[in-house]
Design a protein around this ligand. Sequence first.
Ligand code: GLY
Length: 568
Amino acid sequence: MKFFPTLILSLIFSLTAWASQPSIYGKNGVVVAHDLEACQAGIEILKNGGNAVDAAVAVSYALTVTHPQAGNLGGGGFMLIHLADGQKVAIDYREMAPGEAHRDMFLDDSGRVVDQLSVRGGLAVGVPGTVAGMQLALDKYGSMSRKKVMKPAIKLARQGFQISYDLAYSFGWLNKAAEGFNETRRVFCRNGEIYMPGETFKQPDLAKTLKLIQKKGNAGFYEGAVATALVKSSSSYGGMITLADLQNYKPQIRKPVTGNYRGFEVSSMPPPSSGGITLISMLNMLEPMVFDSVGWHSAQHIQILAEVEKRAYADRSVWLGDPDYFSVPQEKLLSKEYARLRMTDYDSLSVTPSDSIYPLNDRDLAGIHLNGHESEETTHFSVIDQWGNAVSVTTTLNWSFGSYVTVEGFGFLLNNEMDDFSAKPGEPNSFGLIGNEANAIEPNKRMLSSMTPTIVSRDGKVVLVLGAPGGSTIITTVLQVINNMIDFGMPVHDAVNVPRFHHQWQPDVIYYGPGAISPDTAVLLKSMGYELTPRYGYGEVNAISRDKIFGGWIGAPDLKTASHGAAY
Ligand code: GLY
């Protein structure tokens, strides 16, 4: 009786003997996130009978403590949920522009964008959504009390945790960068007496704030002492957020965007993120390509992806924005037929210059050419529970440590998400991304995002949960992991950990991480007409995949950035 399964297993083992082995495996539940403490917070909830949404809320609050570069109370994010019964839902807790925000708020009298105004200080701050988003997730899809899921974060803030190399390094540069932001330097940089790796970091102010939220829910953050201090801290750096803005903040439940790639169902974040539509549109353009005879990261492989990325990012620049303010042509952008038409000018032997690629193929919508600084922050985590519920969360302050404004006495940073709006239609933001009318600033509007929390399933069952930080590179990072797994047969931990590259239409350049393009491949690509620019690393994919051999789940943290996972 046992012969058949044993034979199958032996065959699988012999076929995969050469493959690298995963370090994280769980039969019941897995959490993959930037910090080990945050993963453990999630696993503790799962082991105590919580579901993946309960665990995700616990991880999100824990990251507020352990990963202040991106984990947050003062920012926002997106949560994609695929319940074991097949239900899929997206929770949008993206920040909103303050009620007094206006289209030209970052321009000077002569209509030029004022340097740094949308990235540092109070005007950069959007109305935070995380606390309300977590409450909505818990109310609608969780099973545990707020008291229970916030306990691990409060303990971490009160008792402290060991500072990692990565965090000490970030605090070190923050100390220099945040000159003039005294509360930030006091809380995170000990007023210039820099923290060393291995020291214990305690955050009593943050513990107090978390306790207030634990006790009062949304009222503990959007009203009362925290809200008053938030408005005061933001306005002392020139901000315009009011108490009314905080009270009016509303997270939204949205329908995920879905597509199909070689028999796999792909669900991802709808607008106001550009992530899902751009990802699915790129997969649609890739689907007719045959990869059987294409070498991984060969010139041909890189060329195909770069051409697909250029076309999808051109569309992103004009057609994506907050759907409550702008009519996004979602159906068209997601259709296979549109993808086919989009690739009719693709030539496998040469570059299609970005200058000749127009958004939605409309020549009147030509882009503007400028480069911008790239920031790599934001954080992604993935959770799976014993019932097969999956949660994919990407959350952010935008840049590392956001606007640098810390709410005085309450220990948390405010985002600089206003920079994700198009400060001046046609000009690029700090990621070099070009936006237009769809993403112009309006009161209470949500700024366009690239965050791409994604869940891939087959026959209705989850097979892959993933996402990444990395600003404009998020979407192409997620694309490459899916491409690596489905088209090149890599196991998830390899697909996540191999090097990556990126094209975003403008500037017309292929960026590549260490080891992503070999010197002889670079010669071939240059001879086709591509410009190549090296860049340090891409994103931090934190993924979970169904294990084909034992039937549980494999956690795949991105080891390039010292990410973590935990399982049971
Ligand atoms: N702030 C980065 C993003 O939302 O894409």
